[in-house]
Design a protein around this ligand. Structure first.
Ligand code: ADP
Length: 399
């Protein structure tokens, strides 16, 4: 079957995003977002240019309002609804057809993702209620990383914390790392799903990954998405004793420290100016020292992470940049590569700066392993994993 349609849904705590995708086709046929749900300012906007108020709408109300707009774009029934779910824990190593048991499994992972999983479940429940005849699939951000070996996913903590309480490294952004590493295989003639890749997903959240023949071997994020790289407002790695230090010296409680590390740090904290790389590049060009420092730390720490991850691979076929920063910031790519000569990776400065924004391309110098810029497409990955799952399910389960 080809040309099937999938509605991809991403339920957030106060928003719901949706995109209508056609199988094997880049770009969305239609997308929409409803925001500030459960408040008097709730509203929606769509790719058709429609906007409207949805005062006090719940996720269910918003979906109910938006589905007729989706239906205008359907030339056949929806084959599936694909839901992004942040945390699948150790149970979910691939996409799952949603039923009561799978929903209970997502609920069981709420302690690991206390903000995200309940929000994802709200979207799932609304869609199952409004589209009861359509198979609904959960695609997990963590699932791709379940191939990591124990020496990569275990923390050096007493065993009980892992065995009883699930404290381990899980990793996130799995759909993006998988999508771009698959594409890299196609772009380099190694073949889809083949190759030894370092991937850098650099958006508001940032993570790096080592991928070998379509399997995640290690990644920078851990138990939560705070570990690893410098991000827009997240600190990434800090001394694990920082919590105790701040509590003792400043009297800060856990909420204050969590706010510091998740919302006030990263590019924003270092620059004192912004979490937005575009704005920081402009400020750096205007001589802003905080912006300059923030970009330097961001790139150095990224390079350090990639060099560290290289030990998870038998060789390096290439490095992939993706996400809003990775796809668009030639400066970030160039500064990061300055620190990576040790891996034999060398960038071609002209190709790097000439690459049209948002386009896939190769920017390595002659003799270097491939350096690729690949626009990520998590919605496409979710749509394709949803359809692949349906293709392997017995008919009775999807009817
Ligand atoms: P999200 O993680 O929310 O999906 P994106 O992947 O869209 O975020 O990435 C957002 C980041 O990409 C921001 O820091 C933004 O400044 C940066 N970005 C987007 N376009 C450019 C550009 N042309 N140059 C530099 N940075 C850019």
């Amino acid at each position: 079957m080809t040309n099937r349609l999938v509605l991809v849904i991403n339920g957030g705590s106060s928003s719901i995003k949706m995109a209508l995708r056609r199988e094997d086709t880049p770009g969305a046929l239609f997308d929409a977002i409803a925001e500030r749900l459960n408040t008097s300012q709730a509203c929606y906007t769509t790719s058709d240019g429609e906007r409207g108020e949805l005062a006090n709408a719940t996720h269910l109300d918003a979906l109910n309002a938006l589905l007729p707009m989706v239906e205008r774009h359907l030339d056949r029934p929806l084959s599936a609804v694909g839901h992004r779910v942040v945390h699948g824990g150790e149970r979910f190593t691939s996409a799952q057809l949603l039923n009561d048991d799978i929903i209970a499994g997502i609920e069981a992972n709420v302690p690991l993702a206390p903000l995200h999983n309940p929000a994802n479940l709200t979207g799932i429940r609304a869609a199952m209620q409004l589209l009861p005849q359509t198979p609904q699939v959960a695609v997990f951000d963590t699932a791709f990383h379940q191939t990591m070996p124990p020496h990569a996913f275990r923390y050096a903590l007493p065993d009980e914390l892992y065995a009883v309480h699930g404290v381990r490294r899980y990793g996130f952004h799995g759909t993006s790392h998988k999508y771009v590493s698959d594409q890299a295989g196609l772009l380099t003639s190694l073949g889809k799903g083949n190759g030894a890749w370092l991937t850098a997903h650099l958006g508001n959240g940032c993570s790096s990954c080592a991928v070998l023949d379509g399997r995640s071997m290690d990644t920078s994020m851990g138990l939560t998405p705070l570990e690893g790289l410098v991000m827009g407002t997240r600190s990434g790695d800090v001394d694990p004793n920082l919590h105790a230090h701040l509590a003792r010296t400043l009297g800060w409680d856990l909420n204050r420290i969590e706010r510091l590390l998740n919302r006030e740090s990263g590019l924003l904290g270092l620059s004192g100016l912004s979490n937005d790389m575009r704005e920081l590049e402009q400020a750096r060009a205007d001589g802003h020292s905080g912006a300059q420092l923030a970009i330097e730390v961001f790139c150095y720490r990224l390079a350090r992470s990639l060099a560290g991850l290289s030990v998870a691979l038998p060789r390096i076929d290439g490095l992939i940049f993706t996400g809003g920063i990775g796809e668009n910031s030639a400066l970030t790519r160039a500064l990061t590569l300055k620190h990576l000569a040790v891996l034999g990776l060398r960038i071609d400065p002209d190709n790097n700066s000439a690459l049209p924004r948002g386009q896939a391309g190769r920017i390595e110098a002659k003799g270097s392993p491939a350096i690729l810029v690949i626009p990520t497409d998590e919605e496409r990955q979710i749509a394709e994993e949803s359809l692949d799952l349906l293709d392997t399910q017995p008919r009775s389960q999807t009817a």
